[in-house]
Ligand binder design. Structure first.
Ligand code: ATP
Ligand code: MG
Length: 274
């Protein structure tokens, strides 16, 4: 486990999109939960949606001290709350003072060597996204597989390129009707970014939200949890187990393509440790 290494290098990963409701918070939370609960990693989950933060609501956290306080001088340590094994920094929905959002990078860098991963949830607002991309070592673009969402989501990828922040891949979320939506190849051709996870729209996500519990904790066998786990395994350099369909239809291109993309992500993990 990484945390046993003396001079640990931790990765700051941000889930971004310039479109609301695509699943940034869900993916940030589920990935953090899987890294902690499936792979034993130490994770700090940070709500950097400065104007409309959600993570506190997703996990039913009291948020007396928040990221906003940390950005205005309070020690970040005081804004960390534990939930389902994850260390969480919520943000304030009603903060009145001015905060310097560009201090985010400096604050998180101080915590890098205490965590295997720092995961940042972000706002769809272009201006609020800039400090998040500046603070991140790598971003993942979250989109759903339709023209409108993909086009808008990719604005975030452009911003990352402008800021020289590496893009780890695209997470396609809320897949509803594959026959009428972009497939993996189309998304990769349009975006020129590898697809590293494809997550179905699943009605049980409503239960996870209502129970204030990540799906990866609520039901590890759920199809969403399984895909999140495969994605998280690539992030933390663990080998991926073949699923049933990959065993019986090994030639199915899109399954293989996605696995190959994750293999690159996994390799990137090892390279970042050198
Ligand atoms: N794979 C999924 N299946 C079903 N529902 C989902 C899935 N992913 C996310 N949702 C639901 O979609 C809604 C929006 O998700 P989420 O809050 O993660 O989006 P967001 O991108 O963070 O939105 P915002 O831009 O407002 O912060 C939530 O109700 C969430 O439970
Ligand atoms: Mg959100």
């Amino acid at each position: 486990m990484l945390s046993s290494l003396g001079d640990k290098m931790s990765n700051i990963l941000a889930f971004v999109s310039i479109k609301g409701g695509v699943g940034k918070t869900t993916l940030a939370l589920e990935t953090a939960s899987s890294l902690v609960n499936d792979f034993g990693k130490k994770v700090l989950l940070v709500d950097a949606n400065f104007s409309a933060p959600n993570i506190g609501l997703y996990l039913d956290l009291t948020n007396e001290v928040t990221l906003h306080d940390a950005l205005s001088g309070t020690l970040l340590h005081n804004a960390i709350y534990e939930s389902h094994g994850i260390d969480v920094v919520p943000a304030s929905m009603y903060y009145r003072g001015e905060v310097n959002v560009f201090k985010l990078k400096q604050i998180l860098n101080k915590f890098k060597n205490r965590y295997d991963f720092i995961i940042i949830d972000s706002s769809p607002n272009y201006e609020e996204l800039k400090p998040v991309i500046a603070a991140a070592d790598k971003i993942f673009v979250v989109t759903s597989p339709d023209n409108v969402t993909l086009t808008t989501s990719l604005k975030a990828a452009r911003l990352a390129r402008e800021q020289d922040t590496p893009i780890g891949g695209i997470v396609v979320n809320r897949i509803r009707s594959p026959r009428h939506e972009y497939n993996l190849n189309e998304i990769e051709i349009i975006s020129e970014i590898p697809v590293v996870a494809r997550i179905r729209d699943h009605k049980k996500m409503a239960q996870a939200l209502n129970d204030k519990t990540p799906m990866t904790v609520l039901d590890g066998a759920n199809v969403v949890s399984r895909e999140v786990r495969r994605f998280a395994s690539a992030i933390c350099g663990n080998p991926e187990k073949e699923n049933f369909f990959q065993k019986i239809i090994p030639f199915k291109d899109s399954f293989q393509k996605e696995r190959v993309n994750r293999e690159f992500l996994r390799q990137g993990f090892y390279e970042s440790q050198i």
